[in-house]
Ligand binder design. Structure first.
Ligand code: C6P
Length: 423
């Protein structure tokens, strides 16, 4: 039975979810004659008006390069850029803004660590540990680092529920392990890993840790000091900010030891033809003109998320998740891939005999946007003996009515495919 968003807003501290949704211009459109139902938040989130406006304002009034000009526009742009760094540091409870390196995304952040830290610390006989749940962004860079240094990549296995057990992690963290790099939330299955416990296990053995928090930043507060993690990476675009902007957090004591991966403007202290010396953190790891508008957009996205509040976000998302799981469970042709006990707002499923792309296209014809395919997690798909899934990912701006629309659309698609007669 359909729940109304009105009644749900009552349960969630009176947050007016319709008003929240109204802040996202892209959600208010028809696609193929149906109201858009956007269930692809895990790929990239829609952007609230405040984020779009903040970036437009920068381009319209303050557009100038940062750290390079004495003129007023450059001063304003620099101030906004550095204030955003401070806000980002506070957002994840970093000790110091210089621990925040702006990159182009989670992928770039992991690559910087794999290339720079990896080159300095890995050697033949060493092991790099990741889990079987990783996105390629936290797998391929480590394969490359291992190929470069002679270290070996080890994978903590995934069980049939799409979970990685802490016992297996503990077993595989040993004297040869140099770094344990893992995703806090799996983008493909929604599994939430016990990040704090895993970091503590690694720290007890003196092992460096990296958390891929790409799927966390919009859904759950992050406290890097409580986690005790050495590196943590996320992307602005998955937290309602712009594309092309990411964050690499690193403990200052470790970042200070990293050689820059990129050389160029803004990252040097002194350059001669013979040699160059590096600027202090964070600039030494931010070569070239940064994504200034992106950083300003990230700052606005943080304000937006914090104005709603983590408790409200979490309650809303779990209500939507429960409702979606209930609805989809009632469709007998659907087979869920992964059923983790701790799950974020992600549901992966297949319909045996139907290619996920075909189902995705039939759903798009009914206004439904979801992701189909391997979700950049091919080894995980192989583990389940499939090539891909359909993935529903949920966010605070989704509605219960949209989940009903999804339910109707799947049933209609199955009828069109000739594998269901029911209404
Ligand atoms: N996942 C998804 O549809 P970038 O592309 O650098 O912003 O983020 C990469 C990345 C890293 N780790 C995790 C856990 C992720 O989910 C992603 C991006 C998107 O699932 C696009 S493939």
């Amino acid at each position: 039975m359909k729940q109304s968003d009105q009644s749900v807003s009552g349960k969630t501290h009176q947050t007016d979810w319709k008003a929240v949704r109204d802040e996202f211009p892209a959600l208010h459109q028809q696609v193929n004659g149906y109201p858009l139902a956007y269930f692809d938040h895990a790929a990239t989130a829609q952007k609230p008006r405040k984020v779009i406006d903040a970036m437009t304002r920068y381009y319209e009034f303050d557009n100038a390069n940062v750290h390079r000009g004495v003129h007023s526009l450059s001063q304003r742009a620099t101030l906004a850029y550095e204030e955003a760094r401070q806000k980002t540091a506070r957002f994840i409870c970093a000790k110091d803004p210089s621990e925040i390196i702006f990159t182009s995304g989670t992928t770039a952040s992991v690559n910087v660590v794999a290339l720079s830290w990896g080159r300095a610390h890995l050697k033949p006989g060493d092991e790099v540990l990741v889990t079987g749940l990783e996105h390629h962004a936290n797998l391929v860079p480590w394969q490359m680092a291992c190929a470069m240094t002679g270290a070996q990549l080890k994978i903590v296995p995934v069980n049939e529920f799409g979970e990685v057990s802490t016992d297996s992690v503990a077993e595989m963290l040993h004297s040869k392990t140099r770094i344990f790099a893992f995703s806090w939330i799996s983008n493909a299955l929604g599994t939430i890993n016990p990040a704090h416990d895993w970091v503590q296990l690694a720290r007890e053995k003196g092992i460096t840790t990296l958390i891929d928090a790409a799927q966390v930043a919009a859904h759950h507060p992050i406290d890097v000091q409580h986690l005790g993690v050495d590196f943590l990476c996320f992307s602005a675009h998955k937290m309602m900010g712009p594309t092309g902007l990411g964050v690499l957090y690193g403990k200052k004591s470790i970042l200070e030891t990293l050689d820059p991966v990129f050389g160029g403007g803004d990252m040097i202290d002194e350059v001669t033809y013979e040699k160059s010396t590096w600027a202090d953190l964070p600039y030494r790891l931010e070569a070239g003109t940064p994504n200034i508008a992106g950083v300003i957009g990230l700052s606005a996205a943080i304000d937006f998320l914090e104005s709603i509040g983590w408790q409200n976000i979490s309650r809303r998302e779990s209500e939507l998740l429960q409702y979606a799981l209930e609805k989809l469970s009632e469709i007998p042709q659907i087979r869920f891939i992964g059923s983790p006990k701790e799950r974020a707002g992600v549901i992966s499923f297949v319909v045996d005999g139907v290619h996920p792309y075909d189902l995705g296209i039939l759903l798009d014809e009914q206004g439904i946007a979801l992701r189909t395919g391997h979700h950049c997690a091919q080894p995980l798909m192989r583990h389940f003996g499939i090539t891909g899934t359909c993935r529903v990912s949920l966010a605070i701006y989704n509605t219960f009515e949209e989940i009903d629309q999804l339910d109707r659309a799947i049933k209609r698609a199955l009828r069109l495919l000739g594998i269901s007669q029911s209404n």
